[in-house]
Design a protein around this ligand. Structure first.
Ligand SMILES: [Zn+2]
Length: 508
């Protein structure tokens, strides 16, 4: 972003803020709010009994989306990038149940009901095969189950009955791990439904596919910053998308979280929508702001947690990055060792061993060894392995986008080249220590980034692979191994020797 664009963004945000403050000064106070969340899993099969990691991935999506740290917000059209705003609303799994006891924030109910109609009272009743709501004054209730007719989810608006207050999400559209099914596999159903739970309407105003109604009430027309829209948008669209209500560019805001666009094409809430959500938090849902539902009442002995991901957040500039996570000792015992397993979702896994002294209540930032990533939208995952009484807080995921692909040096990664420097045109060897075999493009680039050779092959863990250097000139080169699971690069120097035919006969 240029300085001018940044100035413009700040200016417009100030403008929005002063406009809004004229209506309700207290609502726009930027105090961060953390909402304790309880997840009710109603399952009739193993598949429906979604994992703790799947649940955490949904919490991660909510926190990215409500912070405007989601990678897809990078694709918001220029006309609207000034509207991208952090709502300062966050979500955390409950650690305290209504009675004041320790809790994982996850309730699992094995149910005889294989699928529920939407608004089925059974969902909200442990007597009828569901799970009772926790008090809405202290928790956001999210029920996850199979919904009839493949409905994705629904919400109850503020003011609905207390025992049904919350959102219900189809397990197939929940989280961004393996169980979620495309195109609803980026956790956006839950973002959208929580928008409703915090009073937002659909972006098209639910006016039966005409232009008669706005998604903002008449009293808030002054802050309506969403274009009038005829009806819902499906799939992904190309900007600008026009309709009868917004017939000229920039057209309709189909990438808003309150439309029906596919998960991967949903991008943001506007400041006007955020104002409305925060007004709800400062009004009818006010008590959630002082809830201690996410505060652990009684410490466990061993309780290491991944608190947050500091890198990557939203964007990574290079194909090589050094992830940074904050590790928190929530237990009463001092932690002296743990390991972190990390890598791209469904892809490469690396392990890092940490040793040191982490006192009870203390946290530490851990910078992990360099890892190679693929260009495009990615999810990086982190798991703590160690002696631990609480497993639910041992996983976190981070969505981000690599938009500046380059053949950067990833020599700190899992790909090695030897001997290095190499003197023989007969070749250099590479070896991957990634845990999976990968059908790969093995490409060699010179220092100018020009492709010098390429080969399609299976790269197995630990196999030495010779790369022929016949016709290469002396200089610096990069070898990139790329496939569906990982992309890694390694740098080497070729210094043609006096005896060019004598080189490594094999790559063991
Ligand atoms: Zn909706």
């Amino acid at each position: 972003m240029t300085a001018d664009a940044l100035y413009r963004k700040n200016f417009e945000q100030e403008n929005n803020r002063s406009l809004l403050s004229g209506i309700n000064a207290t609502s726009m106070v930027d105090t961060p709010i953390t909402i304790p969340v309880v997840i009710h899993i109603l399952y009739n099969s193993d598949e429906q009994n979604v994992s703790d990691e799947e649940i955490q991935s949904q919490i991660d999506v909510l926190n990215e989306d409500f912070a405007a740290n989601n990678a897809s917000s990078l694709d918001v059209p220029l006309d609207w990038i000034n509207l991208i705003t952090d709502s300062k609303i966050r979500f955390k799994l409950a650690q305290r149940d209504p009675a004041g006891n320790n809790s994982s924030g996850v309730i699992r109910v094995s149910s005889a009901i294989s699928e529920y109609p939407i608004f089925d009272p059974a969902i909200y009743s442990s007597l009828l095969g569901g799970s009772d709501a926790w008090p809405r004054s202290k928790y956001l209730n999210i029920w996850v189950c199979r919904l009839e007719g493949n409905a994705l989810g629904y919400a109850n608006f503020p003011g609905s009955s207390a025992n049904q207050d919350g959102v219900v999400i189809n397990y197939k559209a929940f989280g961004r791990n393996g169980i979620a099914k495309a195109p609803y596999n980026f956790g956006r159903t839950c973002t959208h439904e929580i928008g409703h739970w915090l009073i937002l309407s659909h972006i098209w105003g639910d006016d039966n596919n005409d232009c008669s109604a706005s998604d903002f009430p008449i009293t808030l027309q002054a802050i309506d910053d969403t274009p009038n829209q005829e009806g819902p948008t499906f799939r992904c669209q190309r900007f600008p998308e026009l309709d009868n209500c917004s017939a000229t560019s920039p057209g309709i805001m189909y990438m808003n979280f309150m439309d029906y666009t596919d998960d991967k094409c949903m991008m943001f809430f506007t400041p006007g929508q955020i104002f409305r959500m925060r007004t709800t938090m400062n009004g009818i849902r006010d008590s959630l702001k002082i809830s201690n539902g996410h505060v652990l009442p009684n410490l466990y002995n061993s309780d290491i947690a991944i608190d947050s991901v500091l890198n990557p957040v939203r964007i990574a500039a290079k194909l090589c990055l050094d992830p940074v996570v904050r590790i928190q000792n929530n237990g009463s015992a001092t932690v002296s060792a743990f390991s972190i397993l990390y890598g791209l979702q469904a892809g490469l896994q690396k392990t890092f061993q940490w040793t040191g002294t982490l006192l009870p209540g203390a946290s530490t930032q851990v910078t992990l060894p360099t890892i190679g990533v693929n260009a495009g939208s990615q999810v990086m995952e982190f798991r703590i392995i160690g002696s631990d009484d609480v497993l639910v807080n041992n996983y976190i995921s981070a969505g981000f986008k690599v938009n500046n692909a380059s053949t950067s040096n990833c020599s700190g990664g899992n790909l090695f080249a030897y001997p290095n420097p190499v003197t023989s045109q007969q070749g250099i060897c590479i070896k991957s220590q990634n845990k999976q075999s990968q059908l790969s493009w093995v490409r060699v680039y010179n220092a100018l980034g020009q492709l010098t050779s390429e080969k399609r092959m299976m790269v197995n863990p630990g196999d030495g692979i010779p790369i022929d250097l016949t016709d290469f000139r002396g200089g610096v080169y990069f070898i990139n191994v790329e496939g569906d699971l990982y992309s890694e690069s390694v740098r080497f120097i070729y210094i043609p020797g006096e005896n060019p035919t004598a080189g490594p006969e094999n790559c063991n």
